[in-house]
Design a binder for this molecule. Structure first.
Ligand code: SMO
Length: 696
């Protein structure tokens, strides 16, 4: 292959695809382990209760059953560390199997290991568990934090107007195509664990600590991962049980969750409620913001449990300059499946609150939504101080104007007005967002020999094209072609340590580690070092990269049925240096589909702890025919906070799109006097809002 550098910035096809398209992918479910025992769980049917009896004797005698385990068999195990982004002053339980009490529907009570999956399920049916149901205790406050700047009381006192908004985010099921899956091979005193995870190194460390094993005896391999979206960032009790069983029974063990088990017991996303008050002066300038975020936690806390509650508040006031703020967030335990990070992880919540407030302020002052944003968006490139700390800023006001021109905002507003004149319920909405990417470190090891290079990446892939993008970066830095670069990742035995594929960190931090390793090789080769040359780099980013952008939605709502139709969407995202624009667009499209799902379709419902939406019959995922045309625009303002100048793009669509869609729907119904709508914007909820408005 002849070089046509620079490869960075080219839309090279994904090198992963030929293998995946030919059915040669290796998902955890594809790992063949002869003689493996299959695992199945008996799960709690109650949200709260005493487990007064659990008789496994019949199940133990069933054909093919090798073991039936309850909490008593496991003994004392370690807990899971929770990322302490908010102060957490309670010890948090991490039950692998329920002991004396059950604390959520779907909580594993007993585990069967059998020769076939069918035998394991049959034996689960024969376990007799008796639960004395108890009323759920009140949800316990586990964490809270408060940030303040300026003198909010004084600003509210002198405000010309104050607008108030409440946004309740539906609780969501992340639903990767590949459910949770694990396969374990005990061999030579150690355990090899194939795991569908976005954080293989952390999974190994957590398994070692919980099971009191030497990490050196554990190898975690994440081959192909069929989507993760935050749901596979933390270790699950079922996975710990599987590894415990393989270790103690000395046999290979495997478990693949059913879709029902995913709805019941995998981490859920969102579910936060936020309320905000914005004080405005006579010129539509934002004087002060008061915001309160309430986040639901589950019955156990995954590693990432506190991230959404933290992000939803600490990002405020988002892209706007507001001198006086009073921000609070709190998180409470609930008797449901765990909640955790889900694509966006608090960023969509921060964005929805600010953008709803901006539109409410526009309505209160009579200014156009674009104009009120223009008056309040940050204008300075460089560091800016948010109440929660100093962050990277950009000229958001100019970005907005560029977007409004490129996306032809005036034309969409004119079309809306024409449709309104025809009697249609038409609306246009904006959602300006910021997307802080992860902080900290990632690592890479690069070896150069005879015109070829191997990149061993400490991060991992959840199916988002890491091999393609990292090969482009290494090819440019080493003056080779991408086809000369082999990229390896997702194996704790062979790859250097890393954090993983989450928080939009893979490119800003992970790829910066690859870049730095390549640069070191060039320096050492220049100094006369002979090949092979290997560079091991741990790259620590000096700060978070803050991506930003804006989404525009045009909607029409049927007056008689409430059925919404998105007639157009456009977005502009600034993800800093773009390694591969096609991959970036794929991220935008995928994030947008999930953002649309939250805004218009998806919601988990519980009734007294019972999950009512336990399958795709009851839980509406967006499908191809739900997606409108999306015009994708991009700008490239380099990040100042990493070697590559890259910012995250993976969460952009989930952050900006719901706010724009919500604002468009409110704009459409504003002529009827509707001032509040909550997601998902189903035809039923919109019809209800139209009907209620016409009664008043
Ligand atoms: S929600 Mo992402 O995997 O940090």
């Amino acid at each position: 292959m002849t070089r046509s550098a620079p490869y960075t910035g080219q839309a090279l096809p994904r090198r992963e695809d030929p293998r995946l398209l030919r059915g040669e992918g290796q998902y955890t479910g594809d790992i063949h382990l002869p003689g493996a025992l299959h695992l199945a769980f008996l799960r709690s049917s109650h949200a709260s209760g005493q487990l007064v009896a659990c008789d496994t004797s019949v199940a133990r005698a069933m054909p093919g059953v090798a073991a039936v385990l309850t909490a008593a068999d496991l003994g004392a195990l370690g807990g899971l560390e929770v990322n302490p982004v908010l102060p957490l002053d309670h010890a948090t339980p991490y039950p692998i199997l329920a002991g004396d009490t059950v604390s959520a529907v779907g909580q594993p009570i007993a585990a069967v290991l059998a020769e076939t999956p069918g035998q394991a399920l049959d034996a689960v049916e024969e376990i007799w568990a008796e639960i004395d149901e108890t009323p759920s205790p009140p949800s316990e406050l586990l964490a809270m934090q408060h940030w303040q700047s300026g003198d909010p009381a004084a600003e509210f006192a002198r405000a010309a107007q104050v607008v108030t908004v409440r946004v309740a985010h539906p609780r969501l099921a992340p639903s990767p195509m590949e459910p949770r899956a694990i396969a374990i091979l005990p061999e030579g005193g150690g355990l090899t664990v194939w795991l569908s995870t976005q954080t293989p190194h952390r999974a190994r460390a957590d398994l070692a600590r919980i099971l009191s094993l030497d990490p050196e005896h554990l190898r975690v391999i994440a081959r192909d991962v069929g989507g993760a979206f935050g749901m596979k960032a933390s270790l699950y009790p079922e996975e710990v049980l599987a590894v415990w069983a393989a270790h103690h029974l000395g046999r290979p063990v495997r478990w693949t969750a059913t879709r029902s088990e995913e709805f019941l017991s995998a981490t859920h996303g969102r579910g936060l409620t936020s309320e905000g008050q914005l004080a405005i002066d006579g010129d539509g300038r934002f004087l002060a913001l008061k915001a309160r975020v309430e986040a639901p936690l589950g019955h156990w806390l995954p590693n990432s449990a506190l991230i959404p509650a933290w992000n939803a508040a600490r990002i405020l006031p988002g892209p706007y300059d507001i001198a006086a703020t009073d921000l609070g967030t709190s998180a409470r335990r609930a008797h449901t499946a765990p909640t955790g990070i889900y694509r966006g992880a608090g960023r969509p919540e921060a964005c929805a609150l600010m953008e709803r407030l901006a539109d409410a302020a526009a309505r209160a002052t009579g200014l156009d939504p674009a104009e009120i944003r223009r008056r309040n968006l940050n204008r300075l490139n460089g560091p800016r101080d948010l109440p929660a700390g100093r962050v990277e800023g950009a000229d958001y006001a100019t970005a907005l104007d560029r977007f409004l021109t490129l996306a032809d905002y005036p034309a969409w507003c004119a079309q809306r007005d024409a449709r309104r004149a025809d009697g249609a319920l038409a609306g246009v909405g904006l959602g300006f967002y910021v997307e802080p990417s992860g902080k900290g470190w990632e690592s890479a090891r690069v070896t150069l020999e005879a015109g070829r290079a191997t990149v061993e990446f400490g991060g991992s892939s959840q199916g988002h094209g890491r091999e393609t993008a990292l090969a482009q970066i290494a090819a440019d830095a080493l003056e080779l072609s991408p086809s000369d670069i082999t990229v390896l990742h997702g194996d704790t035995a062979t790859c250097p340590a890393g954090i993983g594929a989450l928080a939009s960190r893979s490119t800003p931090i992970g790829a910066s580690a690859v870049l730095e390793a390549c640069r070191e090789i060039i320096r050492r080769r220049g100094a006369g070092e002979s090949e092979p040359i290997t560079a091991d780099t741990v790259y620590t980013a000096p700060g978070e990269a803050w991506g930003h952008g804006c989404y525009l939605a045009a909607i029409e709502i049927d007056r008689d049925t409430g059925a919404p139709q998105l007639t157009h969407m456009a977005c502009l995202d600034d993800a800093g240096r773009l390694i591969n624009p096609m991959l970036a667009e794929g991220q935008v499209m995928g994030g947008f589909a999930q953002g649309l799902g939250e805004a218009m379709l998806e919601a988990l419902h519980f009734d007294e702890g019972q999950l009512l939406t336990g399958s795709f019959m009851d839980y509406a995922m967006p499908r191809a025919d739900d997606l409108p045309s999306l015009t994708i625009l991009k700008t490239e303002t380099l990040a100042t906070t990493n070697a590559l100048g890259a910012k995250g793009i993976g969460e952009a669509g989930t952050i900006g799109a719901p706010a724009a869609i919500l604002n468009a729907a409110l704009d459409a119904l504003a002529p009827l006097g509707v001032t509040d709508l909550q997601m998902p914007l189903t035809s039923l909820s919109l019809w209800q809002a139209i009907t209620d408005a016409s009664k008043e």
